[in-house]
Design a protein around this ligand. Structure first.
Ligand SMILES: NC(=O)c1ccc[n+]([C@@H]2O[C@H](COP(=O)([O-])OP(=O)(O)OC[C@H]3O[C@@H](n4cnc5c(N)ncnc54)[C@H](O)[C@@H]3O)[C@@H](O)[C@H]2O)c1
Length: 255
């Protein structure tokens, strides 16, 4: 039986050109929603939107730029005719030995991952207050424990988990905020981010031994669809009493 929890519901999804954002868009549309797909990769997100016919439309924006987000989200909400939910999937990774990491690389990751979550959440709140809507911010298990060579990413993702809790407590009963704390999944985030693997001065063997042991689940890497299913649940009325949760989906990697 196909579930149809989102007939006539309207969502914005960032990072929608690829990976989890695209899988989430697919899941929401398959359950009846219309989705505004936002991504920095303009041509890619426009091509991705074609799959969904009239149920989705694309916008280009850098989530770390408040003016980009205000303009794209404003136009997206106009097209949607209101907003029932938001999923912040846009993100980048970077790997580097901390005492050699240039400040600009730290700053870029924090700007996109943490400040981008603030900017986008700030932009959707007024619309979601009107509909008692829901937000899913995408965290990472790297934000729950030490993830070597990921000082900026893991610290910013820890911030995403706590920012989500701040917002949940501030808007409780009016907008539902939850964080999907994703474990390792099979996407091209390293290539899309232009990140270097293994980090300079570290062998692939050392990297996999240390990083893999802490972050990858015991049996396999997860699929974006397995995370998207949880994001959809968190947006749905099935999760009506969930506010401020950090929902870990990681095949016991952090258990
Ligand atoms: N892949 C994993 O193992 C993993 C694990 C835990 C958490 N996550 C998180 O899941 C989310 C989705 O990642 P993914 O694995 O699907 O990666 P992905 O690279 O497939 O998708 C991320 C998308 O975000 C877009 N993007 C990057 N910077 C942007 C910006 N400044 N503004 C707008 N769009 C931007 C990219 O163009 C890309 O399409 C990210 O927040 C990531 O940190 C991923």
């Amino acid at each position: 039986m196909t579930i149809h929890r989102f007939d006539d519901k309207r969502f914005i999804v960032t990072g929608a050109a690829d990976g989890l954002g695209l899988a989430t868009t697919r899941r929401l549309v398959s359950e009846g929603a219309r989705v505004a797909m936002v991504d920095l990769a303009g041509e890619k997100v426009a091509a991705a939107a074609e799959e969904f016919g009239g149920s989705a439309k694309s916008w280009v924006a850098d989530i770390s730029s408040e003016s980009d987000v205000e303009s794209a989200f404003g136009s997206a909400v106009e097209w949607l005719g209101g907003l029932d939910g938001f999923v912040n999937c846009a993100g980048i990774v970077d790997f580097g030995t901390t005492h050699e990491l240039p400040l600009e690389r730290w700053q870029r990751v924090v700007d996109v991952v943490l400040t981008g979550t603030f900017i986008t959440n700030k932009a959707v709140i007024p619309h979601l207050l009107e509909t008692k809507g829901a937000v899913v911010n995408v965290g990472s298990i790297g934000g729950m424990r030490g993830a070597p060579w990921q000082a900026a990413y893991a610290s910013a993702k820890a911030g995403v988990i706590n920012l989500t809790k701040v917002l949940a407590s501030e808007y409780v009963g009016r907008v539902r905020f939850n964080c999907l704390v994703a474990g390792n999944m099979s996407t091209n985030i390293v290539g899309n981010s232009g990140a270097e693997l293994p980090p300079e001065g570290v062998t692939m063997e050392e990297f996999l031994e240390e990083y893999g042991r802490r972050v990858i689940g015991p049996n396999r890497i997860g699929e974006p669809e397995e995370m998207a299913a949880v994001a959809a649940f968190l947006l749905s009325d099935d999760a009506s009493y969930m506010e401020g949760s950090a929902v870990v989906v990681d095949e016991a990697a952090t258990a």
